[in-house]
Design a protein. Structure first.
Ligand code: ZN
Length: 129
């Protein structure tokens, strides 16, 4: 398993990690298979979305904030329930097909680490099968 270290800088942000995952795939020398990308955190997530227009990520963050407000009568005493809920909504793992030693992503797709309770030191775990 490979581990990618990510230091997030903001409370909420999306970080494009596509090139880091592609490097792990290249270095593995595996031509065809599955790349499992896993986020081992309960207040962060992993998602695939558009990497051409940065407004898309801003819109996703804005609408998640509207859907899951930071201040509500949550029971969790740590004060970051909104981050936990957003983490579960987006999910903690992805499978991407590896074809001819590259990630089989759509033209406009990028892989994003999604921070919802930063800034923190984070990791993404990657396993190629
Ligand atoms: Zn918490």
């Amino acid at each position: 398993m490979d581990k990618i270290a990510i230091n997030t800088a903001k409370l909420i942000e999306f970080i494009d990690i596509t090139s880091k995952i592609e490097k792990i795939v290249r270095d593995s020398k595996i031509k065809n298979g599955i790349c499992v990308i896993f986020c081992p955190h309960t207040t962060a997530a992993i998602t695939i979305n558009e990497n051409a227009d940065p407004s898309v990520q801003k819109d996703i963050i804005k609408h998640l904030d509207e859907l899951v407000p930071a201040d509500k009568n949550y029971l969790h005493s740590e004060g970051n329930s909104d981050a936990h809920i957003k983490s579960s909504l987006l999910g903690c793992s992805l499978n991407v097909i590896i074809e001819d030693s590259t990630l089989a992503l759509g033209t406009w797709q990028g892989i994003y680490f999604c921070e919802f309770d930063g800034p923190r030191e984070r990791q993404v775990w990657v396993k190629i099968i």
